[in-house]
Design a protein around this ligand. Structure first.
Ligand code: HEC
Ligand code: HEC
Length: 329
């Protein structure tokens, strides 16, 4: 009996040692990455214009990386552009604390000391300056599709953001999620190009990918993973300073907005917010504020909004009835 217990005890110790070894290995392990490109990006006026458009109106980087005004659509608070913004923490069910950092050119808190290549690698590959994984709340899994030329334009624009000397809370991700995150970043290989802007559906797909539409409007399972088979069918719950929303079903299954809206109506719905800014946005009626970046997107060109419409009309219709404003009276 004693020998038997000794053997069992020995086996248990071995198993514990193996698990401990695996955890230690994962803890010190760095995510897959490659060295940041050494290229210094030339700042041309074309790139600055394109970068402004992408950051402010398509990829909505500033929406996450700035402070907000609690008015309709949670507009970016003027003067805080890029200073750092949303804090995802346990209050909203996040396993730890991750904040959208300062991406202004401040040398201490922002990107002032980062090389162009390091910024591009963070945006598209999810690797920070120390070679560690960024949490995928930063949408690098989608941004990896952003073309080489577009991401260079984004960097040119970021370099023009006025430095703001302000930090965000330190990152802390709970075990075991901190270990799983290391498997998310993937290097981008080869040349990345954007589709021809005149090929409406292909270009629309490009825009919904870098515009976060796919990310927000696709339901997530209880581990926070997108359910690809239910793409664009909505129903993801989002809580924050705006209150509580569920994302809308953007497939054209009977009964949805997309099923009946014409292209003109779709474009018009966005354009209706184009005259609204942080200082003119109204208070939202109770329970009807929204995280949907209507104000930022309203400045997209009609051509681009039309391409998005054309693409969305091609996605598989999925039945999923969603109440987008559950707390509205
Ligand atoms: C949905 C919100 C969201 C959007 C949209 C977003 N980010 Fe982020 N971003 C984050 C969060 C959160 C982090 C922090 C991740 C972490 O620390 O692990 C981050 C991290 C970063 C970093 C790394 C900063 C550092 O100090 O390590 C850069 C650079 C960055 N984002 C740039 C951008 C750019 C450029 C865009 C637009 C193309 C963008 N982000 C869009 C949320 C967002
Ligand atoms: C940060 C998350 C988020 C992003 C990014 C986002 N949406 Fe939304 N969207 C929502 C939420 C939440 C709602 C429901 C509340 C509302 O109608 O404002 C919504 C509503 C909508 C509606 C209204 C649908 C209806 O049934 O009335 C349309 C159309 C829409 N989104 C299109 C888009 C497109 C196109 C993009 C990308 C360019 C996009 N959304 C990106 C969160 C998001």
């Amino acid at each position: 009996m004693k020998t038997f217990l000794k053997i069992v005890g020995g086996l248990v110790l071995i198993v514990i040692a193996l698990i401990a070894g695996a955890v230690i290995w994962l803890t010190v392990r760095k995510p897959a990455s490659k060295p940041a490109a050494a290229e210094k990006i030339e700042a041309t006026p074309e790139r600055l214009a394109r970068g402004t458009y992408l950051v402010e109106h398509v990829a909505d980087c500033l929406g996450c990386h700035s402070d907000h005004v609690v008015k309709f659509g949670i507009p970016v608070k003027p003067g805080t552009e890029g200073e750092g913004g949303y804090i995802f923490d346990e209050k909203i069910g996040f396993p730890g604390v991750v904040a959208a950092q300062n991406i202004t050119s401040d040398a201490q808190f922002g990107l002032g000391k980062w090389t162009d290549g390091e910024i591009i690698r963070a945006i598209r590959e999810g690797i920070d300056r120390n070679g560690d994984a960024l949490f995928p709340m930063m949408p690098y899994e989608h941004m990896r599709n952003m073309s080489d030329e577009d991401v260079k334009s984004v960097v040119v624009y970021l370099r023009t953001l006025k430095p703001i000397h302000k930090g965000v809370p330190d990152k802390h991700i709970n075990f075991p999620v901190n270990l799983f995150v290391k498997f998310v970043p993937k290097p981008v290989d080869g040349v990345v190009t954007a589709p021809d802007p005149h090929d409406n559906t292909a270009y629309g797909k490009y825009l919904v990918t870098i515009g976060g539409c796919y990310e927000c409007h696709t339901p997530h399972d209880d581990k926070g993973k997108r359910i690809a088979e239910k793409a664009y069918s909505g129903g993801w719950e989002m809580k924050g300073p705006w209150g509580r929303n569920f994302t809308a079903n953007l497939t054209s299954t009977p009964g949805t907005y997309m099923a009946h809206a014409t292209k003109e109506e779709f474009i018009g719905r966005f354009k209706a917010f184009a005259s609204m800014a942080a200082n003119t946005a109204p208070d939202a009626p109770a329970g009807r504020n929204t995280v949907m970046p209507w104000l930022a997107f309203s400045r997209m060109t009609e051509q681009d909004l039309g391409a998005i419409y054309d693409y969305l009309k091609t996605v598989t219709p999925i039945e999923n009835k969603v109440v987008t404003f559950p707390d509205a009276k």
